[in-house]
Design a protein around this ligand. Structure first.
Ligand SMILES: NC(=O)c1ccc[n+]([C@@H]2O[C@H](COP(=O)([O-])OP(=O)(O)OC[C@H]3O[C@@H](n4cnc5c(N)ncnc54)[C@H](O)[C@@H]3O)[C@@H](O)[C@H]2O)c1
Length: 262
């Protein structure tokens, strides 16, 4: 099947990584259902200019009824779903001992329960057809502990666990489930986190062997690779780091900095 016949839904598509993933998949011919809390107008406008059929499916991914409505809307408009990209997420930077139960619950709800609900509901239609690809956007914080992010990191580690479990459960029925684990990406999320004093550009650049942030395009291309069975048809349950070597690098700081300049 060519990409032109395929349908992808992307959550959190209003900005940042989700917008770039939507546009990248559209440029490759996928028809796109774009989700965010409210209709992602700027993304929809960009999608229309690619000429692909698009659908707006606003709603909170952590709300079971909203997720069911998204499935109904997508099936009514397109009659199928081939690719689900669970990208919507929220950040939470606070010391563990100061993390409120409300913050913990909201972070887990959006970053982990939401993807679970989306996988369960869209996964059913994929299982019925015996094919599909799910890509969960986790983080380097889903693979490593990073201070002051107990809820966020637990949610992203949980998403890796969910990815592996669904890969085991559904792979034999034609549905592949993988994750991308971005390093830090220059998006509004990063701007807001830096604005709140969380860290600086230099902190991140100093930690990454390739000495730069990821771009939304870096992440979108990795998502497109995992989405497409022609490129990744036997890749299932994988966590693809797109982090310039952050996760791989156990070097101590002075050694890493010596190597960064080449
Ligand atoms: N920016 C980074 O450095 C970075 C690094 C690693 C992983 N990630 C992950 O990548 C994903 C996208 O990050 P980003 O930087 O583009 O973030 P962003 O904050 O710029 O965009 C996230 C989008 O998700 C939407 N959203 C939030 N809650 C939602 C909900 N309940 N239902 C539907 N939509 C919702 C927001 O409205 C927003 O448009 C997130 O899951 C994030 O955790 C980001």
């Amino acid at each position: 099947m060519s990409a032109e016949d395929r349908v992808a839904i992307v959550t959190g598509a209003a900005r940042g990584i989700g917008r770039e993933v939507s546009l990248t998949l559209a440029e490759r011919g996928y028809r796109i259902a774009a989700n965010d809390l409210v209709a992602p107008e700027a993304t929809l406008e960009g999608l229309r200019s690619t000429g692909v059929r698009t659908l707006s499916v606003p709603g909170d991914v952590s709300n079971e009824e909203a997720v069911r409505s998204m499935v109904e809307a997508v099936m009514e408009e397109f009659g199928r779903i081939d690719v689900l990209v669970n990208n919507a997420g929220i950040s939470a930077i606070v010391p563990a001992e100061e993390t409120t139960l409300a913050d913990w619950n909201r972070t887990l709800a959006v970053n982990l329960t939401g993807p679970f609900l989306m996988c369960r509901e869209f996964g059913k239609t994929m299982l019925d057809r015996g094919s599909g690809s799910i890509v969960n956007v986790s983080s380097v914080a889903g693979l490593l502990g990073i201070s002051d992010r107990a809820a966020y990191n637990a949610s992203k580690h949980g998403l890796v666990g969910l990815t592996r479990t669904l890969a085991a459960e559904w792979g034999g029925r034609g549905v592949r489930v993988n994750a991308v684990c971005p390093g830090w990406v220059k998006t509004e999320m990063d701007e807001e986190d830096q604005g709140a004093g969380g860290y600086t550009d230099a902190d991140i650049e100093g930690r990454v062997p390739m000495a730069r942030f990821a771009t939304p395009e870096d992440i979108a291309r990795a998502v497109a690779f995992l989405a497409d069975p022609e490129h990744s048809g036997f890749v299932n349950g994988h966590t693809l780091s797109v982090d310039g070597g952050w996760f791989a690098d156990g070097s101590w700081e002075s050694l890493r900095r010596r190597k960064q300049g080449g």
